[in-house]
Design a protein around this ligand. Structure first.
Ligand SMILES: [Cu+2]
Length: 188
């Protein structure tokens, strides 16, 4: 008896191993004031996965075309209103859902997702692709040029001012002597 139920459980669970169920909005559910663009970008959707829309009676779920998603027009390709709707993503491509309640889609209660085709080797081989992008950055070459400019003023300045000060003093002496000579000649 126990073995029979165990086998039955295995048979029931086996097909679900590679299909993920995504609760739309996670703990927030399908509601107003939730950013479903962010939610969608943090999930990966594969053919065979399911979406679960969980919500109160105020809301509903309409699967719509891209055009009607963009304009918030509730022309449903498929309509759901149970409050706990499971949608099987059975086709690769873009899927669009809106809440048909007036004003809700316009205030952001809309979901667009891209479903990718199931690969032959399911789920596990994808994670290693995230790490190898980092080694491109170590090239800081710029700090050398500023060291060339501050040095030249120190070599040229100390020699000339002393020489010119001496010549100025010398010229002033000559001028004073010259002037006094001229004065002496004029007065004498
Ligand atoms: Cu709504």
């Amino acid at each position: 008896m126990a073995m029979e139920t165990g086998l039955l459980l295995l048979l029931v669970l086996a097909p679900a191993v590679y299909a993920a169920d995504h609760t739309v909005g996670d703990s927030s559910g399908w509601s107003q004031g939730v950013d479903y663009t962010t939610w969608a970008s943090s999930n990966t959707f594969t053919v065979g996965d399911t979406l679960t829309f969980s919500y109160s009676g105020l809301h509903g779920v309409d699967q719509v075309t891209k055009t009607n998603y963009d304009s918030c027009t509730a022309k449903a390709l498929k309509s759901y209103n149970s409050g706990s709707d499971k949608v099987t993503l059975d086709q690769a491509g873009d899927w669009y859902f809106i809440c048909p309640t007036t004003g809700h889609c316009d205030s952001g209660m809309k979901l667009a997702i891209t479903v990718s085709a199931a690969s032959s080797t399911p789920s596990t081989p994808s994670p290693p692709s995230t790490t190898p992008t980092t080694p491109s950055t170590p090239t800081p070459t710029t700090p050398s040029p500023p060291s060339t400019t501050p040095s030249p003023p120190s070599t040229t300045s100390p020699s000339t001012p002393t020489a010119s000060a001496a010549t100025i003093l010398y010229n002033m002496n000559a001028l004073v002597i010259g002037a006094s000579v001229v004065l002496a000649l004029l007065l004498g």
